[in-house]
Design a protein around this ligand. Structure first.
Ligand code: HEM
Length: 510
């Protein structure tokens, strides 16, 4: 890094040739002489501003992260007696952009959140902010999280934070120094929100998706021996797990699964045969929670990676970093002790698990939508078109209003449902919350659809460009559909929500 000096604006003006080119960005001085020819936007645009203040032009075309990356090489000093006016982001910071965070984080009263949640969010956001450069590169290259990173996040408590409160947290570190006994579903909600806020859905799913949905069947339905072996291995990041339900012939229609598990002649093993499709994390997993058909009906089995089990990556519309795969089972031997719940009662295991999975998806998609809103709000306040900020156009304000109103409504419903989860037993949640969670999932992904659409229109070409100002919007509009399909499609969610309501319908008449 060059030694930093203090200059006057008059001095900077003199450095205005290709051989000696300086510019000012927010009272900081950059020597662009060597970099101009390497500049992705070309040398010409830099030379037009040589010796001048380029703050507005810079922020009209670049994300702040460009400065984080290049300032150490290019910054040579500051303008005397001036201070930067634009806030530089520091890891872990809570956004001050209106509606950039849920209201509790922007000075409004909340019946739900405490100091413990506040320190938890800051800590986990800091961890993810520091991970972002690596996440962006790997998302682009399709490189899944390494086991070393997994272990690091395990040690920091990021993995444990994705699966809710319970005895499995005892003795573990959690972000922000939150004690295991303090940890509740609002902490977990924050963990899912922050994971989504990374804005690298493939890589983020590579870290958390498998265990969020694959571990609960173990601790809710596994034998004590299975629990004590597998849960600590996964939460420490040493081993990875996934949930394998969907098949080439069966999506939301879970009852139609064809993968079979036949008892061996000695009664000691199930022999599994069949296929599973779209299984997140399966490419690099050690453990698979698999829905199978046994002599007694649908059952759930924990299958370890072993002979006869093969996984091929599937290229979806987001990054293959998520390790989404197609699994084939050919005479895979699984000990009968690996049965989760009772034989023939797998449907109950799957259904009970779905509530948590769907709720986690909602937390992520609502946070992802809010992140898009935040980015769009910032953009409309900095982008100048027809001589005015975008936010000066009534049509743009109308779009922002639409986005804000929709995001706030699903956020508030989510907080209400999360409060129910905090205060209900697992069994009560299973009965009472399946319908509301299904309807909220449906509504949240409709909101994501609308927000994605409005944001992409506002960002224009940048909303369909992978790097640069619209990066977050481009990723979101390419990937939000995952949430509308995975864990139960919108159509199934609508239907389930109303059917659940009809089950408790009183004999009420008009
Ligand atoms: C410290 C100074 C600067 C650095 C480090 C820098 C760096 C970059 C980088 C990394 C990109 C690619 C962004 C992407 O990922 O899409 C870019 C694009 C660009 N830059 Fe710069 N830049 C600087 C200053 C400027 C200035 C003063 C201008 C003058 C207008 C400028 C004009 C552009 C343009 C037109 C593009 C293409 C933007 C687009 O595709 O929309 N840059 N710059």
């Amino acid at each position: 890094m060059p030694e930093l000096k203090s200059f006057t604006r008059e001095e900077v003006k003199k450095h205005n040739t290709p051989e000696d080119c300086w510019i000012i960005i927010d009272s900081e001085v950059f020597n662009m002489t060597t970099f101009a020819d390497l500049h992705p936007g070309g040398a010409g645009v830099i030379m037009d501003l040589a010796g001048k203040d380029a703050t507005e032009e810079f922020y009209g075309l670049h994300r702040q992260e460009v400065l984080f990356k290049y300032a150490p090489k290019l910054k040579i000093g500051t303008i005397a007696n001036e201070k930067p006016v634009i806030e530089m982001y520091t890891p872990g910071t809570i956004s001050k952009v209106p509606y950039g965070e849920a209201s509790a984080w922007q000075g409004h009263k909340s019946p739900y959140f405490t100091e413990s949640h506040i320190k938890f969010r800051s800590a986990i956001r800091k961890i993810y902010d520091e991970l972002l450069p690596e996440a962006l590169v790997n998302e682009d290259l399709g490189k899944s999280p390494t086991i070393e990173l997994n272990k690091k996040l395990g040690a920091a408590g990021v993995l444990a934070a994705q699966i809710g409160p319970g005895p499995w947290l005892q003795g573990l570190n959690l972000p922000g120094g939150v004690k295991p006994e303090e940890f509740d579903y609002f902490h977990e909600m924050i963990a899912h929100e922050e994971t989504a806020r990374l804005g690298t859905p493939g890589f983020a799913d590579g870290i958390t998706a498998g265990l969020t949905i694959g571990l609960p069947p173990i601790f809710n339905f596994g034998s004590p021996a299975l629990k004590s072996k597998i849960v600590p291995e996964v939460l420490s990041g040493e081993k990875r797990i996934c949930l394998a339900i969907t098949e080439p012939f069966t999506g939301s229609d879970v009852a139609g699964i064809r993968t079979t598990a036949k008892l061996s002649a000695d009664g000691k093993h199930f022999i599994v045969n069949g296929t599973k499709k779209w299984i997140t994390n399966s490419v690099f997993c050690d453990y698979f929670c698999v829905a199978v058909r046994t002599a007694k009906g649908i059952s759930m089995l924990l299958v370890e990676k072993s002979d006869g089990l093969e996984v091929k990556p599937i290229k979806t519309s987001y990054s293959i970093a998520a390790g989404t795969g197609y699994i084939t089972f050919e005479d895979v031997k699984v000990p009968v002790e690996n049965l989760l719940g009772k034989e023939g009662k797998g449907f109950q295991v799957i259904m009970a698990n779905f509530n948590h999975e769907r709720w986690a998806i909602i937390c992520g998609i609502v946070a992802g939508s809010r992140h898009v809103l935040e980015e769009t709000f910032k953009w409309t306040n900095q982008r100048v078109v027809f001589g005015k900020k975008l936010s000066a156009q009534p049509v743009v304000r109308s779009k922002l209003a639409n986005m804000i109103a929709q995001i706030e409504s699903v956020q508030n419903w989510l907080e209400n449902i999360t409060y129910q989860m905090v205060n209900m037993s697992y069994a009560e949640q299973t009965v009472k919350l399946a319908g509301p969670i299904a309807l909220l999932k449906y509504q949240s992904t409709r909101v994501a659809h609308n927000i994605s659409d409005e944001a992409t229109q506002i960002f224009g070409g940048r909303g369909i460009t992978k790097t640069g100002m619209g990066r977050v919007i481009e990723t979101f509009q390419r990937t939000y559909k995952f949430a509308a399909i995975l864990g139960g499609s919108e159509e199934i969610m609508q239907d389930l929500g109303v059917r659940q309501a009809l089950r408790t319908f009183p004999d009420a008449r008009l």
